[in-house]
Design a protein around this ligand. Structure first.
Ligand code: GLV
Ligand code: MG
Length: 324
């Protein structure tokens, strides 16, 4: 290990994060009763400009009046380049009670964006005597945000998670796709013509680099990496495949833009019984190895060593967190 050890932020289950438009208050009670780990009430892109003010009022009322159970509750404010953001933060922080856990910052581009919001929240918390400091979720969804991701991740003690906002990221980088989160089927290569070897089209994940980079920046700063939206809610298999590949890379959750996606996100982001059983067997085998003074042994014909303990512990700890 390095002498620098990233400190993990407030631990929360974040397997599924349900997006709920702040302008549609009819959906709030249903969201509160859902199985989503985190809910974000949206004041940004799901709300039309003419509805911004009413949505803000709805959201404040909902935070104060609805029983959100043990869910983590967040509000996505408008971007720092809009005329709405300052009032979003001031009204929400002044008028919504301590039930609010997080503020989601969209299109974060630089560490200074976070610094500015930290200053504003710190002042309001002090002025209003709020006891619980609000945490930040930050959406990486522009080329600028991706360029500055390391500094953004390290920018405030309030930071809890980084999110990959694939739709805006595609727009910002001018990627060739119009779907939200789905991959362009043309993203692949055709193998060279080489003698009798048949040519093959090898498909790739056009979002691999962005997600992998976000995972590294998040984990190096003790934050949760979360994969963003998948717009085609009538394609559960597509959603599941996207959620799986993000989870395998280290993400610990995915957005749900429709209630039907919540259960799939929870399932994908929970270690399976088989994974936990295997992890426990590795831990037992390594305990025995250590008793015998060995650093590495074989289990089922495969080498396991001290790194295997760390890998297995991640899965076992996550299973315990879910069961708690
Ligand atoms: C989310 O905000 C996205 O742009 O994908
Ligand atoms: Mg966006």
């Amino acid at each position: 290990m390095s002498f620098t050890i990233p400190e993990e932020v407030t631990s929360r289950l974040n397997r599924s994060e349900l997006a709920v438009p702040g302008s549609n208050s009819a959906l709030f009670e249903k969201a509160a009763a859902s199985k989503a780990d985190v809910i974000f009430l949206d004041l940004e892109d799901a709300v039309a400009p003419d509805d911004k003010e009413q949505a803000r009022k709805n959201v404040i009322e909902a935070i104060n009046d609805i029983d959100w159970g043990n869910k983590t509750l967040s509000v996505r404010i408008n971007g720092l380049d809009t005329p709405y953001m300052y009032r979003d933060v001031i009204d929400i922080m002044e008028q919504a009670g301590e039930r609010l856990d997080l503020i989601m910052i969209p299109k974060v581009g630089t560490a200074s964006d976070v610094y500015a919001l930290d200053m504003l929240c710190t002042q309001i918390e002090a002025a209003k005597g709020r006891k619980k400091p609000v945490g930040f979720e930050m959406i990486i969804e522009t080329a600028l945000g991706m360029q500055n991701i390391n500094e953004i991740a390290a920018s405030s003690k309030r930071n809890e998670s980084l999110h990959f906002g694939v739709a805006d990221y595609a727009a910002s980088t001018k990627a060739r796709t119009t779907g939200i989160g789905g991959p362009n089927p043309m993203y692949g290569v055709l193998t060279d013509i080489d003698g009798d070897i048949p040519r093959d089209f090898h498909w790739g994940d056009m979002w691999h680099y962005a997600i992998a980079r976000m995972v590294v920046a998040a984990r190096a700063n003790g934050l949760r990496p979360i994969d963003g939206p998948f717009g085609d809610y009538s394609d559960p298999n597509g959603f599941k495949a996207q959620a799986n590949r993000a989870a395998i890379l280290g993400c610990e959750g995915k957005w749900a833009i429709h209630p039907s996606q919540i259960g799939i996100a929870n399932e994908v982001n929970s270690p399976s019984d088989a994974e936990v059983t295997k992890a426990n067997r590795i831990l037992e085998a390594m305990e025995e190895a250590q008793r015998d003074g060995k650093g590495a042994v074989s289990l089922d014909g495969r080498l396991i060593d001290l790194a295997s303990i760390r890998q297995a512990t991640v899965l076992v700890d996550k299973a315990k967190e879910i069961a708690a």
